[in-house]
Design a protein around this ligand. Sequence first.
Ligand code: DAH
Length: 353
Amino acid sequence: MAIVDEVRQVGAEALAQIEAAGDTAALDAVRVAVVGKSGTLTGYLRSMGQVPAEERAEVGKTVNAVREEVEAALEARKATLAGAELAAKIEADALDITLPGRAQQVGTRHLISRITDEIAEIFLGIGYTVVSGTEIETDYYNFEALNTPADHPARGLQDTFYVVDRSGDVAAVKGESDVLLRTQTSGVQAHVMEEQKPPIYIIAPGKVYRRDVADPSHLPQFNQVEGLVVDKGITFGDLKGTLEYFVKQMFGEDRKTRLRPHFFPFTEPSAEADISCGICGGEGCRFCKGTGWVEVLGCGMVDPNVFAYAGIDPEVYSGFAFGMGVERIACLKYNVPDLRMLLEGDMRFLKQF
Ligand code: DAH
């Protein structure tokens, strides 16, 4: 076969291989084999010296023409393959935005904290300020200054945890320590009256402790909000109006309030406030034990003895006080039958609020 025909055949084969190359790597292999340094076409140029003189010009022209054709084909095929490979890569890396995302678990505040804030908001709205006390309290502020001396029977209802020193002093263990976990937020009243001059309009939220066994209506640790007003000319009517306002804000306009006479050592007269039952609307049901009413808080007019401890003149000032359990308010608001449910940490329950 004439050399030019050989060259043409090499070219034709190369074009076929280029067309058949499935990816850029295969295509590159063809390029090296045909037009690379030791490629077949390059070989013809290198060995021009051995081509008979009369064929040389023709062979040279043909090799160059074929080479150009092969290189153009390589270029074109390379563009096609690179495009396809890029498209495949894009497809492989693609994000499937139709897949559902992983939901972020967003925490919420516990119902007890929320209700505490709701109570505070209601009183802040009518000019009260919020003060806080300490959970560890002395016997003096928890009982004594609240007109509850050591031999007072009302102490028995609020047996608590006494703080003993490191020696485990026997007197302290027997309950004669004068440092204790407060049984009520009422002690904050005594502190505030010592530290501030009237007019006083405060609420004091906080944790309290009692030596109680947990049951549907008792917890050994719970939260209270105390309220205290001391000013000139404060009457029982102010107390009643304030509580009615609070109840309507917290539970709804349709709720009624009633005051029942009761005893607290630090108020005189004292009362317990009831609200109409949220379940039966006052008709009487199991929740309200058939009475149509449920108890929400204790209250009364500040006892003159309590003013005396704090050095406030009861001839000039009068005042009222009240105290409520936050867990109890939460359960009454949402008709939860058992205080313990608030503390069990069951997400199915807590998520509802
Ligand atoms: N401290 C009382 C208790 O824990 C609640 C209470 C009743 C607070 C009457 C008051 C009050 O301020 O005036 O049961």
